[in-house]
Design a protein around this ligand. Structure first.
Ligand code: KG4
Ligand code: ZN
Length: 343
């Protein structure tokens, strides 16, 4: 008997990206679409929650329509709908939850609320369907910096967390100090390519703390002091100075993240490492991790670059993996803006 595949529509609206995707349990990703609100929030230097929700309202349904058109999919052939239930901005999450449930009612199909961080940490499965459990995952995004032991789908144990700023947050705040527009993480990393890491060495916070926790707010303050010491106007006027500072900052963050990953692998006796979340797109982090992994035969897995930051594909993927948990007629306002990943 041939196994029938299931088609899942994924919806992501937890922050400032509207993402939709179709994932087939047998054929994989059929298509995806993403609308980024970056330009909308850039003038405010950060995400404005109310503007984010309003924009999701405007963009989500047209994006779903485009996705269905582009993939030539009849909406009635969708078997279930997955949406990001949390963590995230309440208003933004509500848009995804209500649209997912309304679509579910209209086509009489079940709906499932997905954990945003679970979607990030399973996202490498989008390009590596054979990724084996257990593995250690480093989740590095704008809101999180966590080391997690992943025993299986749904079995997660938190090994380490940030005590203050997340790595992505530190990238964005440091980028701002160097005059780069929001969100500056990727721009700062580009600037760092031309910099010299030895010119202005910065601390590597908690690198030898003996545990798996992180702290990045002091590093950002160290950059602020350095900029002041060198004279703000002089720094702003010199691309070389900015590049050197960016390179040192990136070197410190990536050194700490790399060291803690290998500490976690050693402590847990694990041989596979997943890097997920927006900062996982950082090429210097990937270079350092791959270099060390090669020496001790650790397998490393990353989501494709386009799925490192928020997207609908990873939500559709989790919906497909947990398809049996989707329910028809659920609470259309079921969101969890604060939601720990455990279990
Ligand atoms: O996972 P994500 O899209 O959103 C959250 O769930 O937070 O991650 C966004 C974060 C931002 O802080 C952004 O600056 C950072 O990822 N980021 C990067 C790079 N690309 C995105 N940070 C460092 N290097 C990059 N190449
Ligand atoms: Zn995210």
């Amino acid at each position: 008997m041939t196994k029938k595949s299931k088609l899942v529509l994924g919806i992501e609206t937890s922050c400032d990206e509207t993402g939709v995707a179709l994932y087939d349990t047998m054929e994989g990703l059929k298509g995806h679409k993403l609308y980024s609100q970056v330009k909308l929030h850039a003038r405010y230097g950060g995400v404005v929650p109310e503007l984010a929700s309003r924009d999701h309202v405007k963009k989500l349904l047209p994006l779903v329509r485009d996705l269905l058109d582009e993939t030539r999919t009849d909406i009635n052939t969708i078997d279930s709908i997955a949406y990001t239930k949390g963590p995230g901005l309440s208003g933004a999450l509500l848009v995804g939850a209500t649209v997912a449930n309304a679509l579910g009612y209209s086509i009489k199909k079940p709906v499932i609320g997905v954990h945003h961080l679970e979607a990030h940490l399973l996202s490498p499965l989008l390009s590596n369907p054979n990724l084996n459990f257990p593995f250690i995952a480093l989740l590095v995004s704008g809101g999180h910096t966590q080391l997690i032991q992943v025993k299986d789908i749904g079995q997660y144990r938190l090994l380490g967390d940030t005590r203050d700023d997340a790595a992505g947050e530190a990238f964005d705040k440091t980028a701002k100090l160097l005059g780069l527009p929001y969100p500056g993480g990727a721009l700062l990393s580009k600037l760092a390519q031309d910099g010299d890491t030895t010119k202005y060495p910065l601390p590597k916070p908690m690198i030898k703390s003996g545990d798996l926790d992180f702290s990045f707010s002091g590093l950002k303050t160290a950059v602020a002091h350095l900029v002041q010491k060198l004279d703000i106007e002089q720094v702003m006027a010199s691309k070389t100075l900015k590049a050197d500072i960016a390179a040192s900052f990136q070197d410190s963050v990536t050194e700490v993240l790399t060291e803690k990953c290998f500490c976690a692998l050693r402590l847990e006796g694990a041989t596979a490492l997943v890097i997920a979340g927006g900062v996982g797109a950082n090429t210097e982090l990937r270079r350092k991790i791959n270099e060390r992994a090669k020496k001790i035969n650790v397998a490393t897995y990353y989501p494709p670059f386009e799925f490192c930051t928020d997207n609908g594909a990873m939500v559709a993927l989790v919906g497909a993996l947990k398809n049996s948990e989707a329910v028809y007629g659920a609470n259309p306002f079921d969101i969890k803006p604060r939601w720990l990943l455990s279990g």
